[in-house]
Design a protein around this ligand. Structure first.
Ligand SMILES: CC(C)(COP(=O)(O)OP(=O)(O)OC[C@H]1O[C@@H](n2cnc3c(N)ncnc32)[C@H](O)[C@@H]1OP(=O)(O)O)[C@@H](O)C(=O)NCCC(=O)NCCS
Length: 179
């Protein structure tokens, strides 16, 4: 289902038809995203994005993930997802990125707010988590603005090209959520 988050912004379920546009966006933002996204060197052709989308589809069919592209005036400007949903324990973990030209305007704030609503109200999650690289100040600001609680920093949780980075973990409980 397409979700309207403002007059010009939408969240659109990720589909194979997005592969080409998504790859172009990734390619355009390669240097910008490289600092924090570990998958860029493995995304060198449209076929790699197609493979990613097919894997997401399989995950979504099992109810273990939910992926959206964010669009502005119908152009893709980033990705937002539950890249992990644990149906046994009702937990979900949110991931996101925006193109450089769409950053700094509150787009992700609005979109994550909507995904959190979906998580608690439609998927009946009990906990939503956001894991950010410890030094990724812009990413950490997203859960902080939305009232998530900082829980802990986990050591060396992600391999980013040449080094391990720590993850700062943020969470919100269903009992803490209000629209
Ligand atoms: C993480 C990321 C999505 C955050 O993007 P962002 O644009 O800073 O986040 P938002 O869209 O919520 O916008 C917040 C910014 O818009 C500003 N803003 C303007 N209007 C706003 C509004 N109505 N509401 C909230 N913020 C607003 C804020 O002041 C903030 O800018 P600042 O950082 O200069 O203070 C982006 O930095 C990114 O994609 N980085 C690379 C990939 C990445 O790190 N992904 C996360 C991996 S865990």
């Amino acid at each position: 289902m397409i979700i309207k988050i403002s007059n010009s912004l939408k969240m659109v379920p990720l589909a194979l038809s997005h592969a080409e546009e998504l790859f172009s966006l990734v390619d355009l933002n390669r240097d910008y995203l490289h600092q924090w996204m570990g998958w860029l060197d493995k995304t060198t052709a449209v076929a790699d994005v197609e493979t990613f989308i097919k894997e997401c589809d399989e995950q979504n069919e099992k109810g273990c993930g939910l992926q959206f592209v964010i669009t502005e005036e119908d152009d893709i400007c980033g990705i937002l997802n539950f890249h992990r949903i644990d149906k046994m324990h009702n937990t979900g973990e949110i991931g996101y990125w925006l193109s450089q030209s769409h950053a700094g305007r509150g787009i992700m704030n609005l979109a994550v707010k909507e995904l959190v609503r979906i998580g608690f109200r439609e998927l009946n999650l009990n906990i939503i988590e956001i894991h950010c690289a410890e030094a990724n100040v812009k990413s950490r600001a997203v859960p902080e603005r939305l009232g998530f609680t900082y829980e802990a920093t986990l050591r060396q949780r992600e391999w980013l090209y040449s080094k391990y980075v720590n993850h700062a973990i943020y969470s919100m409980l269903a009992s803490e959520y209000s629209e």
